[in-house]
Write a protein that binds this ligand. Structure first.
Ligand code: SAH
Length: 287
């Protein structure tokens, strides 16, 4: 998005403060209304909208959400500013600086220099989720690198790939064949571009859910949300090789037990549970 932003366009920037548990619902709502990008900070988030989205629509949605939250004793506040075209790239870029994750990874945007001695994952923070600025993405990388040594470096599946970050990381740590799927067509485009940026063109990026996938895998990553993880537990189990490991994320801490129960029922057992902020991630394998 940074490179092919049409000239002469301005952007609406919203700085929004919301109680923690509602942040994800808000992020989804903003994406639905047409947000082009989001930067999540500890106590607030900043969302950008193209001029084409009427500002009244955004403000109306925020007012609705504010009213709903206030009815249950929670707060939402926001302020809004128009960013002229000439400032756009700079204000966007400021939110994305290189980030070291786990033992070996560095995530960086294309305009930064790669770090020697690290596995550099170059991500253009376009429209998709997964710039590494979210705890769940980082936890997936940490669990992937910790457990990759326990699996054959054969087939890898990233279920819900977003920017493609985890699939690119898998290719770079040596998985022989990497498949990345996502139900969102915009995301699939972003992931393909990011694979090209990382010289990871052999990552197979496909639009769709698990039905577009054949066979079983040595490692599966699924950074989704708890309800979907619970629903997909049997499918994930059936897609693992004996000895294969699934890295699951996107559940809130208090949802981890329910996800684990579903995984146990599906024949999986926990290898590791990793908490980061309000989020939990799990590494599981067949019993
Ligand atoms: N893997 C990235 C992105 C996670 S966001 C990361 O860890 O940062 C979750 C992604 O899953 C979204 O891009 C969403 O479009 C996709 N998704 C949601 N449900 C899905 C499903 N049933 N099958 C495939 N992808 C799905």
């Amino acid at each position: 998005m940074t490179s092919d932003t049409p000239r002469g366009m301005s952007y609406q920037q919203f700085r929004i403060t919301v109680s923690g548990p509602f942040k994800d619902a808000l992020v989804q709502k903003l994406a639905h209304v047409g947000s082009l990008g989001l930067i999540e900070n500890d106590d607030h988030l900043v969302a950008y909208f193209p001029d084409a989205v009427p500002v009244v629509t955004i403000i109306r949605e925020l007012h609705i959400m504010k009213a709903v939250l206030e009815a249950s004793g929670h707060e939402l506040t926001f302020e809004h500013a128009l960013i002229p075209d000439r400032d756009w790239n700079e204000s966007w870029k400021k939110g994305f600086t290189p980030l070291d994750v786990g033992e070996r990874f560095t995530i960086l945007p294309p305009w930064e220099r790669t770090k020697p001695g690290r596995i550099n994952l170059i991500i253009d923070p376009g429209m998709a989720f997964g710039t590494g600025h979210h705890e769940t993405t980082r936890s997936c990388l940490v669990l992937m690198e910790r457990h990759a040594g326990r699996t054959a470096l054969g087939r890898f599946l990233d279920l819900g790939t977003g920017t493609g970050l985890l699939a690119i990381a898998a290719a770079k740590i040596g998985y022989a064949s990497v498949l990345a799927i996502d139900t969102d067509p915009l995301t699939v485009d972003a992931a393909k571009k990011n694979c090209a940026l990382n010289s990871a063109a052999d990552v197979d990026v496909r639009e769709g859910d698990l039905s577009v996938v054949d066979g079983t895998f040595d490692m599966i990553t699924a950074n989704l949300f708890s309800v979907l993880l619970i629903e997909l537990a049997p499918a994930i189990a059936s897609r693992l090789n004996r000895g294969g490991i699934a890295v699951l994320s996107g559940m809130l801490r208090e949802q981890a037990d329910a996800v684990l129960t579903a995984m146990n029922k599906a024949g999986l057992r926990s290898l590791e549970k990793l908490d980061d902020g309000k989020w939990t991630s799990l590494a599981v394998k067949l019993k």
